[in-house]
Ligand binder design. Structure first.
Ligand code: FMN
Length: 150
């Protein structure tokens, strides 16, 4: 339904980075401090307020307002997909992309989204990584381990 729940906060200044660093897992602090750009991918818990202009087929707003489980699942699923497309777009432009789940979401939300409407989904470091800094690509499960053809 063209819900577009993702909200994006680009941290380009040292001061904005410093606000984030205390909320990160220890292993994510230095790479985030050193990244030229860090992106918080969040979602708007009230994304449905935009549906009257973004989804004209019918009035879908009441369906979300009256169903918290549907609203939560839609906000998380669709903002994850939007963030993943940002990762693909950045990589297509030649950037290195480091996604992170290793942070305290309550602390990030308090620091950046104090009014409570937006919630953090995940965080992405962006820049041009030095090849010697990349770790070897991890193994992938085989097709048959993860898929079935019915
Ligand atoms: C949503 C998400 C969260 C991640 N969280 C972290 C993280 O907190 N710290 C980190 O160093 N890497 C993190 N990663 C990176 C993954 O560990 C990495 O993408 C995965 O191991 C595959 O790595 P490879 O493509 O280099 O083999 C995350 C990746 C994704 C997609």
């Amino acid at each position: 339904m063209n819900t577009q729940p993702a909200r994006f906060v680009f941290l380009s200044s040292a001061a904005s980075k410093e606000k984030l660093l205390p909320a990160l897992a220890p292993g994510n602090v230095e790479k985030t401090r050193n990244a030229p750009l860090t992106l918080i991918v969040a979602f708007d818990t009230k994304f449905y307020n935009h549906l009257p202009t973004q989804f004209k087929a019918y009035d879908a707003k009441p369906m979300f307002e009256s169903n918290q489980a549907l609203t939560d699942a839609t906000a998380f699923r669709n903002s994850s997909l939007q963030g993943a497309y940002v990762m693909m777009a950045a990589r297509a432009l030649g950037l290195s992309v480091g996604a992170m789940s290793g942070f305290n979401p309550i602390a990030v939300d308090e620091a950046f989204f104090a009014d409570g409407e937006y919630k953090t989904n995940f965080i992405i470091n962006l820049g041009y990584g030095k090849p010697e800094g990349f770790h070897p690509r991890g193994p992938r499960l085989a097709f048959d381990d993860v898929a079935e053809i019915l």
